[in-house]
Design a protein around this ligand. Sequence first.
Ligand code: ADP
Length: 384
Amino acid sequence: MSYFSSDFKLGILGGGQLGKMMLYETRKFDIQTKVLEASEDAPSKIASNEFVLGNLLDFDAVYNFGKSVDVLTIEIENVNTKALEKLEDEGVKVYPPTKALRIIQNKATQKLFYTDNNIPTAAFSRFAYTSEIEDSIENGGLQFPFVWKCAQFGYDGQGVKVVRKVEDLKGLPNVECIAEEMVPFKNELSVIVARSASGEVVTYPVVEMEFHPEANQVEYVICPARINEDVAKKAQEIALKVSNKIQQVGLLAVEMFQTEDDQILVNEVAPRPHNSGHQTIEASYTNQFEQHIRAILDLPLGSTENKVAGIMVNLVGAEGHTGDVIYENIEQILKLEGVTPHIYGKKQTRPFRKMGHVTIVNKDIIKAREIAQQVKETIKVISK
Ligand code: ADP
């Protein structure tokens, strides 16, 4: 099938920033796209050929949309998988495959998948409701501290809480969840694996992720990670194993913990372009968004090597600011060496909302990290 300058149509479920950046690549290749998204002013709207308003969790909306495209992919996991399954049965190519997406959508199922496949991960218990956790603590089945995670619909750290005492459970939603052993890690790492429909596989270099201590959100992504080669090799091997076992088609971002004694534990995966790969736009031979398109269309995969070291800084809404957004001091950061801002086009800011990111490239990773710090301290995402 010819994808380029043809009638072929790629469908994308979700119209957020990941979709917008994927669409830069379909534009580059002149591949026709159609986006399904619930919000009228989503970032993707300006870049897609067709934009359809609809609820991603609604069976009919997803099914009818899927019937109108040749290949269907996602930029967010929370979509109606029953509709995807039916579309797959009827011959629509759905990537990631529904089976993989089902495993990933639910954190309890995802964790079971790791233990079933001998993929190292932190110990955990699963609960149908948060309210059942207290019993388990009382009868000695669970020790503090642990990390509570809602099984479904968590995003950007919102469904995660460290529990050190019974009172910390107060206010948590009473939903299906897991209680995970707290990992004393020295680094959070991520590896993006691309796997094509016919099984060609490549991995990106390991990146380090530095998190905001309160928001549980990535603040800096550093590529390549400042870790030794053995640890990097182990992380890439584990990521590859996850991608192969789950039979992914497209990208799979594998988030991992590096423990004090250099064990690698898988935290979670995302079957799509990921925040830990944004620096690839400026720093890599093939950026993650182009790679995802190549993988799902079964085209030859591109080189994942870095051209230069890259650091990504997330631009999130400042605390205490809700409303129409302003990017304060953006001109100042443009004066710094190797800096490229990406503004997602969301009109409204709120605390910790992902509004954009900035990439810093430099031959020297130490220098890049210094500039990244300056960027972080200079630019502010506030409301009018
Ligand atoms: P989300 O799906 O919201 O990204 P994660 O499961 O990745 O949630 O957790 C968000 C962050 O919380 C992690 O990146 C890490 O910093 C911290 N965290 C998660 N699980 C653990 C754990 N078992 N031990 C210690 N910290 C954890």
